[in-house]
Design a protein around this ligand. Structure first.
Ligand SMILES: Cc1cc2nc3c(=O)[nH]c(=O)nc-3n(C[C@H](O)[C@H](O)[C@H](O)COP(=O)(O)O)c2cc1C
Length: 195
């Protein structure tokens, strides 16, 4: 399926999609650092930058452990990715001298921005990034020593898509970029429109 847009946008937005068929190849550390660099420049409330990424590359000795922190469905395909990230966000907005520590209200929104920037950079570099909510939250906290104050947001698999001819018919059918709601369905000028 070719994705079509209603209005003119940079092609990067429709080029980004979430495949599951990855080629189990290594990724240079430099490429991962470039993706993290893009994430780093995401905007956040008060510039708190509440996102943290805990990650492994597929040649790392703890790769299998990272894969085991995904639910069985996601582990089945993401084991072939080249890098796995767990994105967490700080639920406390650190004080700055005048202001005490306060509960954060935008940590997940801010972390979402960082994930998208990572994904778009990955796309621009010819990789694919696929977010996952199907992850083992309690085990991630324990095994990766995530402090209680950090919310576990999502897993992210980054990899190189395997060539189409390597997929069977069922896999091929599942590997299709998805459509989107129309702009009029998600944006209301004036007040909320009830269907
Ligand atoms: C926060 C989040 C969690 C997701 N969780 C999963 C998941 O656990 N497993 C999966 O296969 N895809 C997961 N996805 C991928 C979505 O299904 C996908 O982004 C959506 O269908 C839109 O398709 P696209 O990314 O190809 O444009 C997740 C995406 C996001 C943003």
């Amino acid at each position: 399926m070719t994705r079509s847009t209603q209005f003119d946008v940079d092609p990067i937005f429709v080029s980004r999609w979430s495949p599951r068929a990855f080629d189990p190849v290594s990724i240079p550390e430099e490429d991962v650092n470039r993706m993290l660099e893009a994430a780093r420049w995401a905007p956040s409330a008060y510039n708190i930058q509440p996102w943290r990424f805990v990650y492994a590359l597929r040649d790392d000795e703890n790769w299998e452990e990272f894969v085991s922190l995904l639910n069985p469905f996601n582990a089945g395909w993401a084991k072939d990715a080249s890098a796995l990230f767990f994105l967490v966000s700080d639920t406390i907005m650190p004080g700055d001298g005048d202001r005490p520590d306060m509960p954060a209200t935008t940590n997940s929104l801010d972390a979402g921005g960082a994930w998208v920037q990572l994904a778009l950079q990955a796309t621009q570099m010819g990789y694919h990034a696929h977010a996952m909510a199907g992850i083992e939250y309690d085990q991630i906290r324990e095994k990766l020593e995530i402090p209680e104050r950090f919310k576990i947001e999502a897993g992210i698999a980054v990899g190189t898509r395997i060539a189409d001819h390597a997929l069977d018919a069922e896999q091929k059918a599942a590997e299709v970029p998805s459509p989107r709601k129309a702009v009029e369905e998600i944006a209301y000028r004036g007040s909320f429109q009830h269907a």
